[in-house]
Design a protein around this ligand. Sequence first.
Ligand SMILES: NC(=O)c1ccc[n+]([C@@H]2O[C@H](COP(=O)([O-])OP(=O)(O)OC[C@H]3O[C@@H](n4cnc5c(N)ncnc54)[C@H](OP(=O)(O)O)[C@@H]3O)[C@@H](O)[C@H]2O)c1
Ligand code: SF4
Ligand code: SF4
Length: 368
Amino acid sequence: MKNNLNNTRLGFGLMRLPKKLVRTDIDQVSDMVDLYMDAGFNYFDTAYVYPGSEKAIKQALFDRYPRESFTIASKLNAFMAPTEKAAKNQFNKSLERLGTNYFDFYLLHALMRNNYKRYDNFKIWDYLEDKKAQGKIRNLGFSFHSDPELLEQLLKEHPEIDFVQLQLNYADWDNPSVSSRANYEIARKYNKPIMVMEPIKGGKLANPPEKIKKLFTDYNPEASPASWALRFISSLDGVYTTLSGMSNTNQMVDNLNTMKNFKPLNEDEYLILREARKILGNTNNIECTSCRYCTENCPNNIPIPEIIKALNKHYDGQYQSAQEDYNEATSNTALASNCIECRQCENVCTQHLSITDYLKASVELFEN
Ligand SMILES: NC(=O)c1ccc[n+]([C@@H]2O[C@H](COP(=O)([O-])OP(=O)(O)OC[C@H]3O[C@@H](n4cnc5c(N)ncnc54)[C@H](OP(=O)(O)O)[C@@H]3O)[C@@H](O)[C@H]2O)c1
Ligand code: SF4
Ligand code: SF4
């Protein structure tokens, strides 16, 4: 890997930045950047399609720190681009938004079975190889949300790739729709450094069911549930960085505490996480990680992750609070019943969820 900086154990994911009303809270992001840089870490992960993210990190980081004191990763998303030209334009647009002339890490974004051919058809692999040859990309990789067979196929077809970004967390280790373990093993087989995304499952593992919280606090009352999730990932061989999309200063402080004084899991702790996984397997929670990829192109602006959150509360038996959450989520936007079943959301869902079925269930539960 081409990187002169070495402390990358914790990566700062820039997909869930704090907001002040509807705008990104630049002051808070700057404070988070300062805490993160002071702790000696240096890996930032953004993307062309994360709303406002590149612009915010320019202000909070690029305008305030020497360019060589940190590394930046961004991504090209061909699936959300209407044409080949528009897809390729994302590269220069991201450089421009960040005010830089190179990326330390650059990725083909969110490859899955239903979109990877678009990257071939648009000749994105060659386009980015060319940018690498020009020195505008130091390390080229792709992020991935699909099955191990496709991961192996892509790594065979593209030996030039320097790294992969995978969705790994303890809860999905053996979950067949995420395949954390199987994908991890393929990346190791091809000797590719791994950037990990969604290690806390988009926040779900920071607030697990009470039974799991008790398991954790009985063993160590000081450690947050988030720290268990981060330590599971960071204990794996071959992980270059564990990206966490921290969305406020307290989360940054907690995660820095875990990763600065990092201790790999011991045998007892592995057993506790195995128990936790069993408990999670017995819930009928819908596995939405609130990544919001689905809302980008919904023609009716349906607040899908918020509706699913309300549905999960309902399934947990919190009926009143679920109804209130549904009403609030839909008060200024669209209702679940406004869905026209175009399925654009399902085509990009990183967890491969049957979103339209959940919306139909929500209509029954919350609108009737
Ligand atoms: N390339 C791709 O396809 C792709 C897809 C997904 C993500 N990513 C990248 O990977 C990064 C990491 O993924 P992620 O954002 O899903 O990471 P994550 O760490 O699994 O989830 C982040 C969320 O976890 C919660 N959290 C984190 N630390 C916490 C703490 N100490 N205490 C309590 N809650 C805590 C927060 O949820 P609340 O805000 O709800 O409190 C936060 O928004 C993203 O930011 C993005 O840069 C890439
Ligand atoms: S299927 Fe429904 S929720 Fe999904 S993008 Fe289309 S209208 Fe929006
Ligand atoms: S429904 Fe899928 S794409 Fe939408 S926020 Fe949830 S996990 Fe992400």
